[in-house]
Design a protein around this ligand. Structure first.
Ligand code: NAD
Length: 435
């Protein structure tokens, strides 16, 4: 279902009228394409407080295409050295004069330090950066995004900075991402085909977001396995054929789904994407038990079961990546979705608890993406007024596309993203729902 309002506001009369009426002003987002791989313009590197990060070499490899400061395509503000309210003022002093000159669809990335539990002044002002980032994201407009990355080691954050400072992160804004100290990938990485030689399995990939994820991972060099229910086998085959991968017809709720995936992939698996999901909306008072159990089974129980089975069988190779699909409905709650919200919040809980152990015991990271309103068949079926509200109630005033979730998944699946673990990253254009 095309977003006609977005097309209308892109015209001169549309812009004039919606501005006069005080209506949302979505800007057409510039997304990655082979012709547009990098943001247009220069990168401004600013500092607030005494930083000890060795950022310059990473930014030299990472940032937008040209080094010329005009136009400013991205600003990176290193605020890791902010430890008190006085140095916090340097955040204002650094960004106040430049924020206006950031180009449309540009990026502001604030770098912060982990909160120090032994220093409540440092913890207070580092937490302040979160409120600052989210507030700037809500006011900056023109398709520009603002995100906060907490880190201690610039090299470990390279893949994250590459993602956030590129057109790939067009619909990711207002996020706080913690990057650990390592491990950093061994050896050189071909950033055009980072997943070359790796096998990725995507559940629910016959259509929608899963299909886009499979497509993006294949673009990045992965051999993809397109898993979907037997009744969608034909579509799954079509997708797999197009991407040079294979299809696997399997209902993920089968008790032995993990074992069957492992048997189908005797060479092992590098990337496991839990994308399959269903909704069966009803208010709790009207919800029969089967609508509850169906959603919990597909969205949560099968994710728990197959993850456990594949880790126990050693099917995920060291350096492996698991990315599960949550939803902002699970983080914020949504009327009529007690079953769905519970299942998706469960995914976030699973990710946070399993991540440190999976990394320590298997060398595998575990993260989640939490989509907001994404233009798919699922959301096309939503009644008009609720659909319009879903589209506009975010800082970018539009719905995301499946490719936005796919690009975020590809960053988490990247071999250089080993220091990103246990994160739940929203792909929601900074939706007004939830924090
Ligand atoms: P979709 O309905 O278009 O696609 C889901 C796919 O999963 C389908 O191909 C379906 O056949 C498959 N599937 C369902 N049950 C399965 C099972 N038991 N075994 C194997 N495959 C199964 O949905 P979508 O909009 O592409 O959503 C993909 C994921 O993103 C879901 O987890 C969904 O909850 C989540 N999500 C979507 C949105 C959105 O706005 N579309 C927002 C938040 C979260």
């Amino acid at each position: 279902m095309a977003d006609r309002y977005l097309s209308f506001t892109a015209t001169a009369p549309g812009r004039f009228l919606t501005r006069r009426l005080g209506l949302p002003q979505p800007a057409a987002l510039r997304r990655w394409s082979p012709e547009y791989p990098d943001l247009d313009g220069g990168l401004l590197h600013l500092t607030a407080g005494p930083s000890t990060l060795d950022l310059a070499p990473v930014l030299a490899r990472t940032g937008p295409g040209t080094r010329s400061p005009d136009p400013v395509a991205a600003v990176v503000l290193d605020a890791t050295g902010v430890r008190d309210v006085d140095t916090l003022a340097e955040v204002h002093a650094a960004l106040h004069p430049v924020v206006r000159s950031v180009a449309a669809s540009g990026r502001v990335v604030v770098l912060g330090a982990p909160l120090d539990p032994d220093d409540h002044h440092q913890a207070a002002v580092q937490q302040a950066l979160e409120g600052f980032t989210r507030s700037l994201g809500k006011e900056i407009g023109r398709g520009r995004t603002v995100n906060l990355v907490r880190l201690t080691d610039a090299a470990a954050a390279e893949s994250t900075l590459r993602f956030l400072l590129s057109p790939r992160s067009a619909y990711v804004s207002g996020q706080v991402i913690d990057v650990g100290a390592g491990p950093v990938a061994e050896g050189p990485i071909d950033h055009h085909r980072p997943l070359a030689g790796r096998t990725a399995l995507v559940t629910g990939a016959a259509r929608g977001i899963g299909e886009a994820v499979a497509e993006t991972l294949a673009r990045d060099g992965a051999r993809v396995v397109v898993l979907d229910v037997p009744r969608a086998e034909e579509d799954a085959r079509r997708v797999a054929e197009r991407l040079g991968g294979t299809a696997l017809a399997l209902d993920i709720t089968a008790a032995d789904a993990g074992e069957r995936i492992a048997a189908a992939l005797p060479g092992g698996l590098d990337v496991l994407i839990h994308n399959a999901g269903v909704t069966r909306d009803r208010r709790l008072v009207n919800m029969p038990a089967d609508r509850w159990s169906c959603v919990l089974d597909v969205n949560l129980a099968s994710v728990l079961r197959t993850t456990d089975a594949l880790l126990a069988e050693g099917a995920l190779r060291p350096g492996g990546r698991i990315v599960a699909t949550a939803s902002i409905a699970g983080l914020a709650g949504n009327a009529g979705q007690t079953n769905y919200g519970a299942s998706k919040a469960g995914v976030a809980g699973l990710v946070r608890a399993l991540a440190p152990r999976a990394l320590a015991e298997h060398g595998v990271t575990v993260n989640a993406v939490a989509p907001g309103f994404i233009e798919t068949r699922m959301t096309a079926a939503v009644p008009l007024f609720i659909r319009e509200a879903g589209r506009r109630m975010n800082s970018l005033a539009q719905g995301g596309l499946p490719v936005d979730v796919a690009e975020t998944t590809a960053w988490l699946a990247h071999p250089a993203s080993g220091a990103v673990n246990g994160q739940v990253v929203r792909v929601c254009g900074q939706s007004l729902l939830g924090a």
